[in-house]
Design a protein around this ligand. Structure first.
Ligand SMILES: [Ca+2]
Length: 153
């Protein structure tokens, strides 16, 4: 199933379960995703986040033991923040309880950057990969995530 080009701005998604859905060009900013579940979903060029709240997207994955595993995604950050000193808006990437990376308005840049992480240490486990965006009340920052993949070797 594919959801393409929709604007879910400020929608209350509720406890909806999305399984194997490809989201393309969907604006999820300001959407309330508490209770919503996304299983084996793919996000292409979607927008998360808005003002003064937290968005989390997460997915549980099982990494077979003995495998090497790499989590990768493309990230674009644009921001109306002008500070070069203070991280007002943040995106945290976690696997299980381990924080892999934190990005903020200070990382804003043109275009997409490939980010990848060796998560082989989690082989043999079922863990949740999560993206959490938090934003303060003024000046938006968009964290745009594309082509998220977990590759085993
Ligand atoms: Ca802000």
């Amino acid at each position: 199933m594919e959801i393409r080009g929709e604007d879910w701005y400020a929608e209350e998604l509720g406890a909806v379960r999305h399984v194997e859905v490809t989201f393309t060009d969907v604006d999820l900013s300001e959407a309330t995703t508490t209770g919503a579940m996304f299983e084996r979903c793919v996000f292409h060029n979607c927008r998360f986040n808005g003002s003064t709240h937290t968005d989390t997207l997460s997915q549980s994955v099982s990494i077979p033991s003995g495998c090497g595993a790499t989590l990768s995604f493309y990230l674009h950050i644009d921001s109306a923040e002008t500070t070069t000193a203070t991280a007002y808006d943040k995106l945290t990437v976690k696997i299980g309880t381990t924080t892999l990376a934190t990005y903020s308005n200070l990382n804003k840049a043109a275009g997409y950057t490939l980010r990848s992480f060796n998560v082989s240490a989690f082989a043999g486990q079922t863990v949740t990969i999560g993206f959490t965006g938090t934003e303060d009340s003024s000046l938006q920052t968009s964290f745009v995530i594309d082509d998220t993949a977990l590759n085993l070797s």
